[in-house]
Ligand binder design. Structure first.
Ligand SMILES: [Zn+2]
Length: 179
């Protein structure tokens, strides 16, 4: 069989992986629950990783998913991981496993969770960097220039000009037309 964490081949019925020390007793419900949860999370991380570089459009190409959308997905992943942690804490409070198939080893469950959580944390950090430092497409760069242009000219300069114009207009109104 394979270690659920490092995927190395280990002897059947091993309780502990000889490579990474993870408890691999498959009969332990808690470990299985955590493993399933993190498997889903890791799969979602892989999805998001692919989505970071996904582009749409033919000539005018844009990133399919915006930075905000991607960061939101990361937040959802974090929420899911927090839910697993909350469940573990609930078991501890109940002082019993979901199903008492074996003597419940509190520490091994905690260690297994911590190892998974640490890996996830590192992966999410890399993912966040990928999102924040991804290269904009040519059109996104043009779009950015346009936004800057829009901000400076339309939002700031134009009201200034029209403001002066209306001011000038008012002044003209005030001055009586002496010929
Ligand atoms: Zn292992």
């Amino acid at each position: 069989m394979k270690c659920p964490l490092c995927k190395e081949h280990i002897k059947r019925n091993s309780v502990k992986c000889r490579f990474c020390g993870t408890i691999v007793d498959k009969k332990t419900e808690e470990i299985q629950y955590i493993k399933n949860g993190f498997d889903k999370i890791e799969a979602e991380c892989s999805n998001v990783e692919k989505q970071v570089s996904k582009r749409s459009g033919f000539i005018i190409r844009w990133h399919k998913f915006s930075e905000e959308e991607l960061l939101e997905k990361i937040e959802k992943i974090e929420t899911f991981a927090r839910k697993i942690k909350a469940d573990i804490e609930n078991w501890k409070e109940m002082k019993k496993p979901i199903l008492s198939l074996k003597v419940f080893n509190d520490d091994s469950v905690k260690l297994f969770y911590n190892e998974n959580a640490r890996r996830l944390h590192e992966r999410l950090e890399r993912l966040q960097e990928m999102i924040q430092f991804r290269h904009p497409t040519v059109w996104e760069r043009i779009g950015k220039v346009f936004k800057i242009f829009y901000f400076h000219v339309v939002e700031r300069l134009l009201p200034l000009i029209t403001g002066k114009m209306s001011l000038g207009f008012k002044r003209q109104n005030k001055i009586p037309g002496n010929i």
